[in-house]
Write a protein that binds this ligand. Structure first.
Ligand code: TYM
Length: 338
């Protein structure tokens, strides 16, 4: 990676809290891959497994270890070349936690309290509302600002965290002079919010207790088809995008992301046909979309030595950039330099 050339920098991350879902894939991963392989823009891409973030919820140590490597394998399985991009594990780069502390001291209690994800997660886990859960978005800001990212490809649910990141960066720059690039969210309209198949007013999530609500990226073909076929819809039996048709809207969005067809084209394709035909087509499209990633993932999981080697190289490359920003930040704040 040439550091003298000013390319647009892209950073994003995913928590290793289980097998990723179709929501993670369409909302984030697909765009990560697209940006990593964009020959025209030639972005410098940094993609991380956010393992530090995932311990805000209690995890068994062995599960954390296994899930971290599994998620790392997923990132490579997407077709993101670890030689041309920086693919790493957050805890391998200690600068993330160091910068997070400095940013914590420049974040107001009130603004962190307004984060809806904090409120939601505190309600879900009333027995473990830890300080990490509260300062979670500040660590996320550190992830982004350490690499001077221009763009952060995420799903819609991370928008508020991007806003607080921008606020923190602007405040910091206002006090100390230009230290951080102020990042922009990159949210593709299609797929930005994939909804639960069982309750299409709620986001599809891997932590859903009803497994029929989400499609896991490792579900086999018949499970994917069954889940799509049992998706909640409405009684109108007409395929079109409209108000009050949350279930069909969601399936149309999924179908559109997997096939590249517009809503108009989809409406034409299923004109006069029932939901049965439509659901079969959606199921097939999802199966085809996920198949190559799943196959590559299974192949990579058989070569842990290779994964560990890539993770070590990724950490080394990431740290080079992270250290540079942290040093600059510490100098600006006034820490005594050795
Ligand atoms: P996480 O691990 O929950 O999700 C990873 C990415 O998947 C997107 N996503 C979805 N998109 C559309 N529809 C859905 N149903 C859906 N579910 C998940 C998320 O928006 C996200 O882009 N805090 C982050 C991880 C993180 C991060 C960062 C992201 C840590 N540091 C720095 C960007 C930059 C999270 O929990 O994502």
């Amino acid at each position: 990676m040439e550091e003298t050339q000013k390319k647009q920098i892209v950073l994003s991350a995913v928590q290793p809290t289980g097998t990723p879902t179709l929501g993670n894939y369409l909302g984030a991963f697909k765009n990560w891959k697209m940006m990593a392989n964009d020959m025209q823009e030639e972005y410098d891409c940094f993609y991380a497994v956010a393992d530090l973030h995932s311990i805000t919820v209690r995890l068994k140590p062995a599960d954390l270890r296994r899930q971290t490597l599994e998620m790392y394998a997923f990132l490579l399985a997407l077709g993101i070349d670890p030689e041309k991009n920086v693919v790493f594990i957050q805890s391998h780069v200690p600068e993330h936690a160091q910068l997070a502390w400095i940013l914590n001291c420049h974040t107001q209690f009130g603004e962190a309290s307004r984060m809806t994800q904090f409120k939601d997660k505190s309600e879900k886990h009333p027995e473990n509302i830890n300080v990490g859960l509260f300062s979670y978005p500040v660590l996320m800001a550190a992830d982004i600002l350490l690499y001077q990212a221009d763009y952060v490809p995420v799903g819609d649910d991370q928008k508020q965290h991007l806003e607080i990141t921008r606020d923190i960066a602007e405040r910091f720059n206002g006090i100390y002079g230009d230290v951080f690039t102020v990042p922009k969210p990159f949210i593709h309209k299609a797929g930005a919010r994939v909804m639960s198949l069982q309750d299409p007013t709620k986001k599809m999530s891997k932590s859903d207790t009803n497994v029929k609500g989400f499609i896991s990226m490792l579900d086999d073909d018949s499970t994917i088809m069954k889940k799509v076929k049992s998706a909640v819809t409405d009684s109108e039996a007409k395929v079109y995008h409209g108000e009050g048709k949350d279930g069909i809207n969601n399936l149309m969005e999924i179908y559109s992301c997997c096939t590249g067809k517009s809503f108009e084209e989809i409406e034409k394709e299923f004109d006069g046909k029932g939901y049965g035909d439509f659901k079969s087509a959606v199921g097939e499209a999802v199966i085809e979309e996920l198949r190559p990633v799943k196959e590559e993932y299974l192949r990579l999981m058989g070569d842990k030595g290779y994964l560990m080697k890539c993770a070590a190289e990724g950490a080394e490359k990431a740290e080079y950039f992270a250290r540079r920003t942290l040093r600059k930040t510490m100098k600006k704040v006034g820490f005594l330099q050795l």
